[in-house]
Ligand binder design. Structure first.
Ligand SMILES: [Zn+2]
Length: 226
């Protein structure tokens, strides 16, 4: 009920309020953009050489380095009920999804699942919303599928955990539901998440999918801690 009220308030606010930058709230002079020109200029692309991920991590591509205006907008999406930001943020992922598809003709695009408890609290899975917006508009082999993984236990928010705890806690947090197994055998899968920090989450998901018979798994994120 609380999240419904919040969603209605947000919808009403978006109808009445003039468009503003998703990070600094300055008025926007262009339609259909996420950030003002000043904030857009501060966005740093994710460098090719980044901190190594945990052992066994899948090949990963990220659009921006963690921090800056995109992080501000993402935190608003995740913690302030701003699901209106999911589409413009997800569109930022499309170029790297298309880049990955050039060498990796995947069957499924799979958002990292949220535990049902967190899903109830938030009202949506931000990775699912980002994935929906990032999907190519041209016909391709790729299909969005949110039912191939489920999260078996909740965790505290990543920013409230220490790095080592986070690596330990994601172990076997994800499973492939029995009904999904037939869809995974010999399939190529792209995981999509909002942030990659140590890579522990995408690695745990990739491991679950590989054990269920996936041929190969790669991963995408909007932000990466570098
Ligand atoms: Zn701005």
């Amino acid at each position: 009920m609380k999240s419904l009220g919040k969603a209605l308030w947000n919808a009403l606010w978006q109808l009445l309020a003039p468009p503003v930058c998703a990070a600094c709230d300055e008025p926007l002079h262009q339609p259909n953009v996420l950030l003002c020109a000043d904030c857009a200029a501060l966005c740093e692309p994710c460098p090719a050489q980044t901190m190594p991920l945990v052992p066994g991590a899948p090949h990963c591509l990220s659009r921006f380095a963690y921090g800056g205006p995109v992080q501000t907008a993402l935190l608003r999406l995740k913690w302030q009920g701003r699901d209106d930001l999911a589409r413009p943020l997800g569109l930022l992922l499309r170029p790297i999804l298309l880049e990955m598809l050039q060498t990796f003709e995947a069957d499924w695009l799979v958002p990292i699942p949220l535990h049902p408890q967190r899903l109830r609290e938030r009202g949506y899975n931000q990775a699912m919303l980002l994935a929906r917006a990032a999907m190519p508009t041209q016909p391709s082999s790729l299909t969005l599928h949110a039912g191939l993984l489920s999260a078996t236990r909740p965790t505290a928010a990543a920013h409230r955990q220490r790095r080592i705890e986070r690596i330990q806690r994601v172990e076997s947090r994800f499973v492939v539901p029995r009904r999904a197994q037939a869809h995974i055998t010999q399939r190529k899968i792209i995981l999509i998440d909002d942030v990659i920090t140590t890579g522990a989450t995408v690695t745990a998901c990739a491991e679950a999918l590989r054990q269920a018979g996936a041929r190969d798994v790669q991963a995408l994120s909007l932000l990466r801690v570098v």
